[in-house]
Design a protein around this ligand. Structure first.
Ligand code: ADP
Ligand code: MG
Length: 287
């Protein structure tokens, strides 16, 4: 039978901003030994600033305008940053045939021109040769009517408590911390080393993230539980696959909140070790 303390635990946890969808998840959470994070919006702020614009013949402003218009239907943090860089109201009647390719970017028709904005994978799909960029940052390559038009370099910063949060997990007995991201290797490696993460995997499509988590589940022992922490639309499948899925921030996407077992009201990564500690306390586990 389920001890009464389980229910008291769920109530207590919710007061701390940790919403647990069922008492069984408290037990799984208490055994978390591997914590896998999504990068954007989870360990980083998910607010990108435009650092540089490199263009071919196209005017710089026009490049940003086309990017913002093509991205106008996307809710990705990259899209929000490009909208902000453009700074003007979007006239949606100029944009048609919008396609968002998760982990790649977007393709849309803007003023009758085909505009693609995304990473190297997207350019490869379109058979467009991109010009290599050596800046550190997330590089948004652009193609207009199948021709390379330039790129916009954007960058995101780590959240103020991310490093402390990783250390707190270690102190709470978490054996391994991992980051999975669709972003470029250079960006991923610099975040991972700044935060002291044990492992990092980059340039992953949403399905690759699920596969990575599956691999990690297969090689660990049954009593060590793996938790995945994410907030994005693309994170739902991997949140479901983990032993325990944690969605961050009540601002997270509806799909992520629905797929998760635990929801953190706050987007402070310190909440993760706090949630683990609360679960142990409810179960009377002294760590
Ligand atoms: P993360 O794993 O960091 O959450 P995503 O899987 O959402 O990242 O995206 C991975 C990469 O795909 C981004 O770094 C970017 O290169 C590209 N990408 C995804 N969505 C967009 C978009 N709306 N516009 C441009 N590029 C995008
Ligand atoms: Mg994401």
């Amino acid at each position: 039978s389920i001890p009464l303390s389980f229910f008291a635990g769920i109530g207590g946890a919710s007061k701390a901003g940790v919403l647990v969808k069922g008492s069984n998840y408290l037990e799984t959470l208490s055994q978390a030994k591997i914590v896998v994070f999504d990068k954007t919006g989870t360990l980083t702020q998910g607010v990108f600033e435009v650092n540089a614009i490199h263009h071919n013949e196209m005017d710089k402003r026009k490049l940003v305008e086309y990017a913002a218009l093509a991205e106008s239907a996307s809710s990705h943090p990259i899209s929000k940053s490009l909208q902000k860089a453009y700074g003007m109201e979007i006239d949606r009647s100029r944009v048609t045939d919008i396609q968002e390719l998760s982990g790649n970017g977007v393709i849309a028709t803007v003023d009758g021109h085909q505009v693609a904005a995304g990473n190297d994978k997207l350019m490869n799909r379109l058979g467009v040769q991109s010009i290599p960029c050596h800046s550190v940052g997330t590089i948004i390559h652009m193609a207009v009517d199948g021709k390379y038009a330039g790129h916009i370099v954007i960058s995101d910063i780590v959240k103020p408590h991310s490093k402390e949060a990783i250390q707190a997990l270690k102190s709470a007995g978490v054996r391994k911390t991992v980051m999975l991201t669709g972003d470029a290797q250079k960006v991923a490696d610099s975040v991972a080393s700044a935060l002291g993460l044990d492992e990092v995997y980059s340039e992953l499509l949403p399905a690759d993230k699920v596969e990575k988590v599956e691999e990690m589940i297969q090689i660990k022992s049954e009593k060590e539980k793996l938790t995945f922490v994410g907030d994005g639309i693309n994170d739902a499948p991997v949140l479901r696959r983990a032993d325990i899925g944690i969605a961050m921030g009540a601002m997270g996407s509806d799909a992520a909140i629905e797929a998760a077992d635990v929801i953190l009201m706050d987007d402070d990564p310190m909440q993760i070790s706090k949630a683990i500690k609360i679960s142990r306390k409810c179960l009377g586990i002294v760590y």
